[in-house]
Every structure is written in C-alpha cells, then in structure tokens.
Design a protein around this ligand. Structure first.
Ligand code: IMP
Length: 420
C-alpha cells in the first residue's frame, strides 16, 4: 500500500507545508491526523502565499481528497473562514474535504480557558487556539464532537456537560445559549463535509489508494515524547498516525523534516538556542515569525543528537532538510552532536534535566554563495554538500530532500546527499 507521512522533527515550523504541497499533487488522499488551528502551514502556490491552519495542504491540488481525521481538534468558525479563503481561489472543496464526525470541537469556552491558563504561572506559551482544553475535554469525556454540531439536542447536552465541569475554572459563566446558536449554525454549513473518516480511509487502503499523512507541529512538541510539559496536546510523532486516523497502519515512507538550523516558539528548553546576534541574524534572514501568532521564533543551531533520537522513534526513512539557503554567509557553522556529561542514547524525560543540557558542538565550514536559485543538489557549494553528508551520517538516515527557498520548485529530491 503506497502510504507516506511527512512529520516535523523539531519544535514545529520546519517547512512541512511546502513539502506536502509538492508531494500531494501525486496523492489520492492527504490526511491531517492531529492538532488543529495551532498549526500554520505556509505555502506559496501560483496564486500567492496562503497559510493553512486546519485544512490539509492537499486542498491546493484539485484531485486530492483531504481528510481531517478523528485525532484532530477543530474550531468550526475558523475552519469555515479557511474553507472560504481557499474556495475564493477557485478551488472547490465540496467533494474533496472530509471532516471526521469524531473530531473534537473547540468552543469559545475552550478559547477562554486557554487564555486564562496562559496568564498564570503554569503557562507554556500556547498559541491560544484552545488546543489544550479541547483535548483535555476529549480525554475527560466531556468533549463536544463534530457530530454534535448536527443536532440541536446532542449539542445542548454536550455543551451543558462540558460547562458543568469547567465552570469552576472560569470567572464568568459561559453563555451556553449563545454557543449553541453559533455552533449549530456552523454545523449546518459543515454538514456536507462531515463523515466517518476512519471507514473512508480503511476503504481507501483496501483499494491501494495513495495516502499521505501530514503531520503538524514537530516531534519535540509531542504530548508524551516531547519536552513535557512544554509541548502541544497531541501526538506529533509517527505513533499518532494510527490512533489519529483510526486505523492500524505504519506508512512505508516516513519523511522527517528539519530545518538546517532550529527554531522554537513558546516557552520551554532549547539547548542549542542562540541568544546573541547570530540568533537574531537567523530570525531576520529566515523570516522566523510565527505563521499562526506572528510571534518571533527563538533560533539556534541544528541539534543532531535530538534529531537522531526522534528519527529512531518515528521510524524516519528519509530526511528533508529545509531552509539551507538561510545559512549562506554565516561563516563557520555549528551543529549540536551531544550534551556535556550526557552519556545516554536518548533524551531526558524530566524537564529539569533537559533544561540543564549544555550542547557539545562540531564546527563545520560554511559557504558564502546565495544558493536560493539553485535547482539541483550537485550545484550546491562543496561545504553545503559536506554538511548534508555529515547530517545523514550522524543521524543515520539519508537526506532525501533539500529545500533552498519557499517556491515549489526550490526543493531537490535525491536518494541521499550527493557525494564529493
Ligand atoms: P498549543 O498547541 O497552542 O497548546 O501550544 C503549545 C506549545 O506548542 C507552544 O509552545 C506553542 O508555541 C507550540 N506550538 C503549537 N503549534 C505550533 C506550530 O504549529 N508550530 C510551532 N509551535 C507550535
């Protein structure tokens, strides 16, 4: 069965959207299986830049069916805006968008709860899209689900149940009647898209359709495997694909995406962060500002030790290294290859130890040329090729894709980094 996945290997924002955009042209299905409006997949199709939050990136290709599977959370109002934005470009979604009837629904109450949490001492620097509280309600069995939006009584029951448990966490009581009216109206607009997507995908697998699973955020933000508690609330590693789509499957091709450097938005430890002028240079040159919140991203060197760990966990078969062009003109480059005194093969589970990690770097020579207009691996400067080779040797996964710019054509595909 021709199944593949594109997963972030860092703290999100690795440039997955662009790769999914390139690869989904040849897919029958493009599936989001976790996360929600916290994602910001920026793509530059011929009509100009577009940022997708809920919708799978395959919506930009007319033949691809796009699935928002059951592991996702969705804010119906924002989702409707996004659908309208895409359809404005002449891309009709009527028969190409399928939303799971089991998706967890973010209500205005969840936005209030998220914002409230972020004002307190236990903040994690969330995107304030209500993601944490929506997932929490799912697992506390008081969540609102997409199917509830289609029925007056079911929605009333679901809202009353959630409010009865959460009211004590809020200073003002949520207005159930107002939420009901807004969400029911949104439900009617979404009705044509809502279905049992697990069954749909099971049938697609049986028919050997080509399915691409599009990850959001990155492995280091995984709710269990990542830098807990400074993580998102979903399963961002390959382990999330099966439960998030409701199927037993492991994609044959798992493309793990990493920038040639590293960024993080929100709070939490980041061992290779650069708090000096070079961090600022990376931010400016790489345009490192959040696609969802506009926040400046924290920037630093690539951490190959962490990358190797998450590649093992997710069974990554090929690496995609993005934004290599941003490193032009940086002089000597550093790559993280371990941490002082840390002898374990994995990463520490406890956040205190993780925060104390001091990186060990290897210096590698940089290059000055502008490489953003190059269109093949063999044209890259020798030092850029050597860096790619070092990455694949260290991580023990071949570099299959390299990207040097935002345009669709600025990605090279190979079976591994070029030698020589
Ligand atoms: P939440 O997902 O909004 O609850 O935020 C939890 C953490 O994940 C925060 O540090 C966010 O900045 C981070 N986060 C969530 N979504 C993304 C993303 O798409 N890119 C990068 N960071 C993200």
């Amino acid at each position: 069965m021709p199944t593949s996945a594109i997963l972030g290997l860092q703290w999100g924002d690795e440039g997955k959207g662009k790769l999914v955009d390139s690869l989904s042209a040849q897919q029958d299905f493009c599936v989001r299986f976790q996360g929600g409006g916290n994602a910001g997949h920026t793509v530059y199709p011929p009509g100009g830049k577009i940022v997708l939050h809920h919708l799978p990136t395959g919506v930009l290709h007319g033949n691809c069916v796009n699935v928002m599977a059951q592991g996702m959370v969705a804010d119906p109002l924002k989702l409707l805006d996004e659908i309208a934005e895409v359809e404005k470009r002449g891309l009709k979604l009527a028969s190409r968008l399928k939303i799971s009837d089991r998706c967890a629904v973010t209500t205005p109450m969840h936005l209030t709860l998220d914002a409230g949490r972020e004002e307190g001492e236990t903040r994690v620097g969330s995107t304030k899209r209500g993601i944490g509280p929506t997932y929490a309600d799912r697992y506390d069995r008081i969540g609102v689900r997409m199917a509830d939006l289609l029925d007056d009584a079911a929605l009333k029951d679901a809202l009353e149940r959630a409010v009865s448990v959460r009211a004590c966490q809020m200073t003002a009581q949520p207005d159930i009647k107002a939420m009901h009216a807004t969400l029911r109206a949104a439900g009617e607009k979404l009705r044509p898209y809502i279905c049992d997507t697990a069954l749909l995908l099971a049938e697609a697998l049986r028919e050997d359709q080509r399915i691409l699973f599009e990850g959001a955020q990155g492995a280091m933000l995984d709710v269990i495997q990542g830098t807990y508690p400074f993580v998102t609330s979903s399963h961002t590693t390959a382990a999330g694909i099966a439960a998030g789509s409701g199927l037993l499957l492991a994609p044959q091709d798992v493309i793990g995406v990493s920038k040639a450097y590293c960024t993080r938005v929100g709070d939490g430890p980041f061992p290779t962060e650069l708090k000096d002028v070079r961090g600022e240079q990376l931010r400016q040159k790489g345009g490192e500002f959040g696609a969802t919140t506009g926040r400046p991203r924290r920037c630093g060197w690539i951490d190959l030790f962490a990358l190797r760990y998450v590649c093992r966990i997710s069974g990554v078969t090929r690496l995609a290294i993005t934004k290599l062009d941003v490193l032009s003109g940086f002089g000597e480059l550093q790559v993280g290859v371990g941490y002082e005194g840390w002898q374990q093969p994995g990463l520490p589970a406890d956040i205190g130890r993780f925060a104390a990690l001091k990186p060990v770097y290897k210096s590698v020579p940089g290059w000055d040329e502008d490489i953003s207009k190059l269109r093949s691996l063999n044209e890259l400067p020798a030092n850029a090729r050597a860096l790619l080779r070092f990455i694949e040797d260290f991580v023990e996964v071949p570099v299959g894709i390299v990207s040097v710019g935002p345009e669709r054509e600025a990605s090279f595909f190979s079976e591994g980094a070029p030698k020589g």
